[in-house]
Structure formats: structure tokens, C-alpha cells
Design a protein around this ligand. Structure first.
Ligand code: DCM
Length: 141
């Protein structure tokens, strides 16, 4: 196991990047990236790296506090595992907001999108694998 995988508590040679799917009133929260230059302007589910000694759930709760200024509770997985290469895996979790209103503290802007609009947004390639599951959830709401 690599040091990085060991610190993230993952399986051999695997560490996790977590992203949050926040649904409200039939819409999903998307965030527009400001960096790196090749991803700036594209939309994602907000999140980030699981740091040393963190569970994925705690990492996502910390990341969304930092990026959106909200207190959240991490829920069930949604969508497939996305292998990013070099031992990195990206996973999405449903998230409930416990307190606060999301603000773009680390993104260009936020958008609440419904099922009709989701595919009009230029999603980062890594997150595109989740679109079918996100649409299913949006259409169920
Ligand atoms: N990332 C991604 N999709 C997300 C969140 C993150 O592909 N929804 C990737 C982009 C970076 C890495 O994870 O390569 C770390 O994210 P950040 O730069 O937001 O900390």
C-alpha cells in the first residue's frame, strides 16, 4: 500500500476523492470550477481529497464546509466509482444540509439545476459518469 493510500485508509494503492450531491426542491447543486485552467468554467459536484486519518464522510463534510459554508451530513453513495488513474478514485455521496445556505466560497458560482437543465451544463469529464444516476434521482423527486 502506498503511503498516500494508507493515510486515506483505502485499499492498496487507492485513495479517494469525494463529491457531494445536494438535492433540494427537485434540483441539484452544481458548482463552477475556478482552477486549474483546463477545468476553469466547468461544472462539478463540489468536494475534494480525503486527507490523512479522515473517513470519506468526514472529508466531504469538511470540504463542503470550506467550499460552500454549510454544515452537512454525508449520506448514501450515488453513481459509479470513477477511476482517475494513479490510484485515485472519485466517489459521489448524497449530502443533506443541516445548517446554512450554500455560497460560492471556492467556486466561480453555484447553480441549482433540474432534470431538464442538467445536460446543458458543461460538466467536468470525471463527473459525467454520474449524469444518468443524477437524472434518475432528479426525475424521482
Ligand atoms: N475532482 C473531480 N470532480 C469533482 C471534484 C474533484 O474530478 N467533483 C478532481 C479535480 C482534482 C481533484 O479531484 O483533480 C481534487 O479536487 P479539488 O481541486 O477540487 O480539490
Amino acid at each position: 500500500m502506498s503511503d498516500e493510500a494508507a493515510r486515506a485508509g483505502g485499499a492498496a494503492d487507492e485513495y479517494e476523492i469525494v463529491a457531494g450531491a445536494i438535492f433540494r426542491d427537485g434540483r441539484l447543486l452544481l458548482a463552477q470550477r475556478i482552477r486549474p485552467p483546463e477545468l476553469a468554467g466547468m461544472w462539478e459536484l463540489p468536494g475534494g481529497k480525503v486527507e490523512a486519518f479522515e473517513t470519506p464522510q468526514h472529508a466531504l463534510e469538511r470540504e463542503l464546509a470550506e467550499e460552500l459554508g454549510v454544515v452537512v451530513r454525508c449520506g448514501r453513495r450515488i453513481g459509479v466509482d470513477v477511476a482517475l488513474g494513479r490510484g485515485r478514485v472519485l466517489r459521489a455521496y448524497r449530502v443533506d444540509i443541516l445548517a446554512g445556505e450554500p455560497a460560492a466560497l471556492d467556486h466561480a458560482q453555484l447553480a441549482w439545476v433540474d432534470a431538464d437543465d442538467l445536460e446543458k451544463f458543461d460538466m467536468v469529464v470525471n463527473d459525467q459518469a454520474w449524469i444518468p444516476d443524477l437524472l434518475t434521482e432528479l426525475r424521482r423527486l
